[in-house]
Ligand binder design. Structure first.
Ligand code: PLP
Length: 455
């Protein structure tokens, strides 16, 4: 392969990138006939031929402006370039001492705490996503519970540590994390929700924590709160919850994967008020910061507890950096230079640029919600307060709503995903891509209008 071949391939990729706005948003029923592993390499040109003819046409436009499923960010151009730098320099950010990469990761973590106006005690690291940040949240909480009871869980194991997890609407990845950490997905104590929302009923939490202390005085409580649930975009009252956590000496982990971006618009005294009291926080950069996968962040005010959770002594891994090596703060030993695309994004766009983009997405969600609210056929299931629009049919059962979602996605013009709202089938449209325009919203509104006529 010559350098020319590579440059030509990159140029072609860049021109295809433009297609992301025009090609089908999703591709159903993908197909790749099995071929035996080639004995002889097919060469770079062979791979490019296979990729361009068979693989690329069957990839979704998840990086494009009308992929509104889940909560999906696009990769902004600067971060995409930085991500390519990450691969081409291929640093192993496991520990410092040999390069500046660890310093840049620490710098970027600090920038994120500034972006979100969090106290400077928060420290942490980049993870593969919010799921692994939630795993670190569960593991660190478990270590804390052990510390309360004189047991170093990382060294001695979890046996004999008494603890109870409380949560109202934990994200599915948080449940998974509780399973990994040995708490058990089903052992999480359900806290009641406020009527008509996914937010925690703090009075119920207070009653449950009091009962827990009365009945199990030796047991440590752990509270998992949400700052932005995926369907309702509801926020737990973190000020009140943090006060209870302080009273009962619990660990408070807040999953703020995408909801933390609300802070850029409404400030530290908006819906995330109290986040500054969390013991640990999960956030996702590959969602609303629009950097490529995989990029989440785990923050904690107790870096020593995180280190106690993740550190292992190994002479061959010793380094001569004064700072805690990242391999002692996270799951992986070898780690890619995951912070660079986030660093590049913050450097290029600044706080103001990112805030503008968040406001733009919120405004687009509102445009769709306002249209649905006045439509004859559709029903907006809850007021849109952030970036997720939840709707169903005015007259239609769950099966008809599911069919409608299939019809919407079959247009290949837009992609939305299912949800449940107050026991009913619902459709979610989430806005978190930097490249979405108001014209995209208008296009989908027109399409929804046409589908309504056919109902
Ligand atoms: C997306 C999301 C997660 C999981 O994040 P991944 O990056 O997909 O691992 C966790 N919590 C919340 C609230 C989310 O929105």
């Amino acid at each position: 392969m010559t350098e020319q071949d590579l440059i030509a391939a990159l140029q072609q990729q860049l021109s295809q990138q433009a297609n992301v706005t025009t090609r089908p948003v999703t591709v159903a029923g993908s197909h790749y006939p099995y071929q035996p592993l080639p004995e002889l390499g097919q060469g770079f040109s062979g791979f490019c031929e296979a990729f361009n003819s068979t693989i690329a046409p069957q990839l979704s436009a998840s990086n494009g402006p009308r992929y509104w499923g889940f909560v999906t960010g696009g990769a902004n151009p600067v971060a995409t370039y930085a991500d390519w730098l990450v691969s081409s320099f291929n640093q192993n950010v496991s520990k410092g001492g040999d390069s500046i990469a660890s310093t840049i990761e620490r710098h970027t973590v600090r920038w994120l705490t500034e972006l979100f106006a969090l106290p400077s005690q928060f420290d942490g690291l980049f993870t593969t996503g919010a799921t692994s940040a939630n795993v670190l949240g569960a593991l660190t909480a478990r270590q804390f519970a052990g510390q309360q009871q004189g047991i170093n869980v990382a060294l001695q194991g979890f046996y004999g540590v008494a603890c109870q997890v409380f949560s109202a609407t934990p994200h599915a990845s948080m449940q998974k994390a509780l399973g990994f950490a040995g708490f058990g997905q089903q052992q999480c104590q359900q806290v009641a929700r406020l009527a008509g929302t996914e937010a925690m009923d703090v009075a119920d939490l207070a009653a449950q924590l009091a009962a827990h202390q009365r009945n199990n005085p030796a047991s440590t409580a752990i509270v998992i709160a949400s700052a932005g649930t995926v369907t309702g975009t509801d926020y737990d009252d973190l000020v009140a919850i943090a006060a209870l956590c302080h009273e009962y000496q619990t660990w408070l982990h807040v999953d703020a994967a995408f909801g933390i971006f609300e802070r850029l618009v409404f400030g530290a005294d908006g819906k995330t008020q109290g986040l500054e009291f969390a013991d640990s926080i999960t956030l996702d950069c590959h969602k609303w910061l629009n950097v490529p996968y995989d990029c989440g962040v785990f923050l904690t005010q107790h870096i020593d507890v995180l280190k106690a959770t993740c550190h292992v002594d190994a002479p061959y891994l010793a380094n001569d950096d004064d700072e805690i090596p990242f391999m002692s703060l996270g799951i992986e030993n070898s780690r890619r230079f995951r912070a660079l695309p986030a660093f590049a994004t913050l450097y290029t766009y600044g706080k103001a640029g990112i805030k503008t983009q968040i406001e733009k997405n919120m405004n687009q969600a509102k445009q769709l919600a306002d249209w649905l609210a006045q439509s004859q056929a559709y029903q907006l299931l809850k007021p849109c307060e952030l970036n997720v629009v939840v709707f169903a049919l005015k007259h239609g059962d769950d099966a008809q709503v599911r069919q409608l979602l299939a019809d919407i996605n079959a247009t290949q013009q837009v992609f939305m995903t299912p949800g449940r709202w107050q026991g009913r089938a619902a459709i979610r449209a989430a806005f978190s891509n930097w490249s979405t325009t108001d014209e995209d919203v208008a296009l989908v509104i027109k399409l929804l209008g046409e589908l309504a006529e056919r109902l």
